[in-house]
Each structure stands twice: as C-alpha cells, then as structure tokens.
Design a protein around this ligand. Sequence first.
Ligand SMILES: [Zn+2]
Length: 501
Amino acid sequence: MREKYQELLAKLHEVDDIQMAVSVLNWDQTTYMPPGGAEARGRQIATLGRLSQEKFIDPAIGRLLDQLQPWGETLPVDSDEAAMLRVTRRDYDQATRVPPAFLGEFYGHIAQSYQVWAEARPANDFSKVRPLLEKTLDYSRRLAEFFAPYDHIIDPLIDMADYGMKAATVSALFSELRRELVPIVQAITSQPAADDSCLHMNYPEKEQEAFGIDVVRALGYDFERGRLDKTHHPFTTRFAAGDVRITTRYDEHNFGDAFFSTVHEAGHAMYEQGIRVAYDGTPLGSGTSAGVHESQSRTWENIVGRSREFWTHYYPLLKARFPAQLENISLDAFYRAINKVEKSLVRVDADEATYNLHVMLRFDFEIALLEGKLAVKDLPEAWNERFRQDFGILPPNDRLGCLQDVHWYGGSIGGAFQGYTLGNIISALFYDQALKAHPEIPAEIEQGKFDLLHGWLVENIYQYGRKYTAAELIERVSGSPLRIEPYIQYLKRKYSDLYAL
Ligand SMILES: [Zn+2]
C-alpha cells in the first residue's frame, strides 16, 4: 500500500507541476509581460490548464484512491496520509463531476465576459455585459446542478471556495453580524468624519516601497522564499513552499493604498510560506479555504497593521522617511486617519466597520439571482435601491454600483464573496485565541516584534495547509464552531476608543 500511496503522490506532483507552471505564466502576465504577449499567453495558459485537468481526472488516480481507501481507514484520522487521501478524494470527486466539455465552454464564456466587462465598466454601460451576465447565471446554475442533490443551489458554489459552508450557515452568521454592525456604523457615521488628508500628501513611490518592504520583512514574510513586484490588482501567488510571491501597486497621493495592500498580501503569503514543506506539490499544500486565507490577510492588515500598538513603534520610523508630509501630524491623528469610517460606494476601498455590509449585499444578490427571484436585467436598479437602504447613499452610476467588482464578470455567480466576511470573523476568533495563549502579544507589537503572534499562527494554523477543513481548524483552535462574538468585541473595543460610542 505504501508503494501505491507513493505512486499516487507522484501523479499528484505532476498535476501540481503543471498547475504551478500556469501560475508562473499568470504572474508574469500581470507583472512584466509586454502587451504583445497577451494572445499567445492566453493560449498557453488554456493548454496547460487543460493538461493538468486531464491528468488529474485520469481514471488511474480514481483507481488508486479506491485501492488505498481501506488502508486509509486503518490509519489514524489525524495522520498526514489519511488527510492526503481524504482531501484528494474530495478534489477528485469535485473535478470528475463536471464534464470537461462544459468547463471548456464555461471558461471560454468567462474570458469573453471579462473582456467585455473591462470595457463596459469604465464606459458605465451595463447593457453591454447584460447578455453575458445572463449566460453566466445560466452556467452557474448548471455548474451547481452537477453537484445535486444540495440543500440550496448556491451550496456547491460556496463549497468550491469555503468547503463545508452552506447558504443557511452563512446567512445565519451574516444576519447576526448585521444586527450588531448596523448600530455601530450608525453611531460612528453620525459623528464628524476623521480627517485623513495626511494620507493624501505626496508620497514618493521609492520611499513607500522601502518602508513596505521593511515592515513585511519584520512581520515575518520571508524574502528568501518570496519577492515583491508591481501590478494593477495586487495578489499573492504560490509556486512552491520556497517561492511565494506578493504584488502591490503604488499611488503617490495615497499612502494607505499600497501600504495596506502590501501587508494584506504578505498575510496571505505568510500563511502559504508557513505550510509544512512535506505537503509541497500535493493537494494539502495550500491554504484551506477562502475564509481562512482572508482571515490571515486581515489579521496582518487590520488587527495588527491598523492597531495603535503597531504604529506606536512604526509611526516614528514612517515620519523619519516622510518628514515633510507628516511634520505636524501626531500619532493620534495618523491613527484616526488610517481608521477612518465612512459610508462609501466601493467595496475595496471600504473601512473595517462598513466592509461587511458591502459583502452581505453581494451575497444576498447571488442568492436572489440563483433562486430566480431577481432577473439580471433588474440588477442595477435592485443594487441601487438596496445600497440606498444599507448605506443611505444612492450610487451615481453602475460603474460605482453593480459593475464595480470583477467576480461575477470573470467567474461564476455564487461563492465569490462570503469568504471576505468569513475571513474578518475568523481573524478575530484566531487572534483572540493567540492572545489567550500569549497575552504579551500587543506589548511585543509595540516593540515592532511579531514573533509570538507569527509563531502561534504557524503552529496552530499555517503548518496544516489543507489537512484540516476550516470548520475543523476553528474547532481545534477555539473549541467551538465559528462565532461572531470575538469579532464584534474587537470592533467595539477599537471603535469605542476612536469614537465616543
Ligand atoms: Zn485577500
């Protein structure tokens, strides 16, 4: 059986090799590739993508999994081998349920939809993408149907990003969170807005980059096994345990833009860098779910990177780099500026307090669209109306409304958004546990040291990769299922200090 297990691993490594080659091509495409390479690159990525899919759904892998199953059941549930068989079986079943012909057609459609959206958004022309979005909705429903029976049609789509989560669990968590959040946001936004003009002085790119690199290195991002490059839409990519890269973009008139997105991506990357090297090239060798992944980017970006303790150490260093820009700005004023709360139109620019309301709105629309309760043609109007109810402002156009996010125009409808809010909830839950283990973490952060927190995260979360599902990880770490209380407590503590709540 050991031999068969090694045979399976060898096959899985080959699949991973091809997938990682696709990732390198993708990374290159979004960082350094000249525009002239676009057409050939699209073809190369499609070919390799198809090859890795074909290799993975090879019946030989299915046979090995069948043969190994009885052996797997004799192993301790907690062993790496048992987990490898469990997770590979889950991936294999998921991949083999969807006919390759459907996938090919769907990907082709998505590529076209993305192209049209990329023009329709700046032109503020929803009618241009509407027919494509209608087809995407149809494809999304058909994709879900391959996984019938399900409790709710969105469940299989959620599963692909946040395995084990269901419409019912997510909706329950979200409505509980909403009840708590709305009064907090109301209380904050009824007070005068924080002055964040200090973040919009001229911040030369070179200095921003040097500061960002200093910070993420101190947090624990390993440049021996990573690098930072420039792109339009920041992302993290993993080629191997020894090569996890981050990207960012600079706006010389917005200090927070590059800084917080660099720290955000470093959070994703530290998770990937912390996974056991032995899992490299296998289905266990990546983060376990969209929600848990996002919890790590948010931990470093928000809980650490937007904390008073962090800036107690780093603000003098920032001031030394930008003496003219920050000359008359106190630590307190800077801290208020980076934590400004306002009802704004765009999700990606939203602050910690209002961000989740943006996500809930999208999640509810995904459900309504998939259930057939909302037609694509009625989306812009429904969006604006719901936005007015939730935020008290009416989007002036679709560009700042239902056209703003790429997700539905470059992927399926369903499963794309819940991970962001789950990530926020999980980040506070994990951080709470880290504090229980090491109450001195905030004092360490004040010294510009992050070893205790980083070490705790590697030990309890990162090293396991996909060995445990999100639900298992949460249960192991906190002793109970996912709860919103730590997140609400975190927000209340933070914002009652900033505003008189
Ligand atoms: Zn992220």
